[in-house]
Design a protein around this ligand. Structure first.
Ligand code: ADP
Length: 444
């Protein structure tokens, strides 16, 4: 409860209200008291001057204060204040309340010495006492203002509670939705999305959450697919090996050199698949260590092409290198890039019929060297082109199996090139040719 957003919001509202009311109340009472006091002093002054003449005239006409009491009583009633008049010796000669007459009187309240016109010694002193029972106008005003502020404050707090309940419901709705969605995500349900369309921070948060959930969903799907793919890829060679071994056990086939060589071939395929998977998982986790060195790409191309030349010749395929002009030195891990080129050449050799041609070309493009492997082979249907770099993707599923490829060659090539900061691509015309290319950075 104490930690809830609603409670904190309410607390903040109440705090703001109290601070505002406190400040206004302080300011108002301070300024108003001063203003009202000044005004009252002016009024008192005015009363003094008006009554002063009247009282002095009474004294001058009679030569004594005798009979002044009714006048002072009238004044008291008129002003609503106690009025005390003392003689020049300080003895009370009239008191609007009558009690002090004949006594000595001295007071701290503003006193007005009564000096006859034309000057001379004062004939007495007039005191207009503050009314104790009746607070001053300033105090009254202060009280009224404070009451008004307290009532305003109570009203503001009631409004704050209502607004908080309403606002927190609006604010908390997406938060609650996000909490539910996060809980579901934590339980492995990646399909859940927050249905909340709002502009501003909450909307942004909901959107970010949804895209995070989408990524997780996608990764989860990829992971599941990958596990399924791997299981599928491993099943064929394993069941082949098992089938052959069972057949030998049952005496259905002879354990001769041909059988063993077939089993050996399958085990090689399994080994290659496992190596490729390991390489791919390293590359995908960004854990591939590259030993980049200044490399003469021309030499690397020649060396790699030479390595497959014998196979090409056996298959009746013409293999040529086409380098346009001087090529700059490259900043690459020559073994890895050699592996990429080897992969592309292997594929080209597999998919090019006898009598075909394979050309390895390289050109300097900006800060990269682009290496292409062009074949006059079977080509790739346009619909398959965007997928050939995906793991285990094969254009012709049945035939590719027979060629013994793991279906990971292009995926690994792509990851290796990307680890160097380069790009891979493919262009193809079905039944005519294919061009696989990649770029590698030059030494800068
Ligand atoms: P594989 O181990 O099956 O060769 P790759 O990842 O190297 O796996 O290639 C993926 C798929 O791309 C291949 O199965 C094949 O269908 C297609 N492919 C690759 N290179 C070529 C090429 N030069 N000509 C035609 N198809 C190709």
């Amino acid at each position: 409860m104490i930690h809830s957003l609603r409670f904190r919001l309410l607390l903040a509202f109440i705090l703001v209200i109290l601070v505002a009311i406190g400040t206004v109340s302080l300011f108002a009472s301070f300024t108003l008291t001063r203003e009202v006091r000044q005004y009252e002093e002016q009024v008192d002054q005015f009363r003094f001057t008006r009554t002063e003449r009247l009282i002095i005239r009474h004294y001058i006409e009679r030569g004594t204060w005798v009979g002044v009491q009714p006048l002072i009583e009238q004044m008291g009633t008129l002003y609503g204040r106690r009025v005390v008049l003392t003689s020049s010796s300080g003895t009370v000669v009239a008191d609007s309340q009558g009690e002090l007459v004949g006594k000595q009187y001295q007071s701290a309240v503003p006193a007005k010495p009564l000096v006859p016109r034309g000057g001379g010694t004062p004939v007495g002193t007039l005191y207009i006492l503050p009314n104790e029972a009746d607070p001053t106008s300033a105090a009254r005003l202060n009280k009224a203002i404070n009451l008004f502020l307290i009532l305003g404050g109570v009203l503001a707090i009631i409004v704050a509670v209502v607004v908080t309940i309403f606002m927190s419901r609006r604010i908390l709705k997406p938060v609650r939705a996000l909490t539910v969605a996060t809980r579901q995500l934590a339980q492995g349900d990646f399909s859940h999305r927050v249905q909340f369309k709002d502009k501003g921070e909450m909307g942004e948060l909901a959107q970010t959450f949804n895209s995070m959930a989408e990524s997780l969903d996608r990764y989860e799907m990829l992971r599941r697919n990958m596990v399924a793919d791997i299981a599928h890829e491993l099943r064929t060679p394993v069941s082949h090996i098992r089938g052959q071994l069972e057949a030998i056990g049952d005496g259905l086939i002879q354990p001769d050199a041909k059988t063993f060589s077939s089993i050996y071939e399958e085990s090689l395929l399994l080994g290659r698949l496992i190596d490729d998977l390991q390489e791919l998982s390293l590359a995908e986790a960004g854990k591939l260590s590259l030993y980049r060195q200044t490399t003469d790409i021309v030499q690397l191309i020649q060396k790699t092409v030479d390595a497959v030349r014998a196979v090409a010749t056996t298959r009746g395929i013409v293999l040529t290198i086409d380098l346009s002009g001087e090529l700059p030195l490259c900043d690459i891990d020559s073994q890895r890039i050699g592996q990429v080129l080897h992969n592309l050449l292997d594929n080209a050799l597999t998919h090019t019929p006898r009598g075909g041609a394979i050309t390895v070309a390289a050109t300097h493009v900006n800060k990269f060297v682009e290496v292409s492997v062009i074949d006059t082979g079977e080509g790739i249907p346009p619909a398959d082109l965007p997928n050939v770099f995906e793991r285990f993707y094969r254009v012709d599923k049945s035939r590719a199996r027979a060629t013994g490829g793991s279906g990971l060659g292009l995926t690994i090539a792509k990851r290796l090139v990307e680890a160097h900061g380069g790009k891979v691509g493919v262009q193809s015309e079905l039944g005519k040719s294919s061009r696989f290319f990649f770029t590698v950075p030059i030494v800068t």
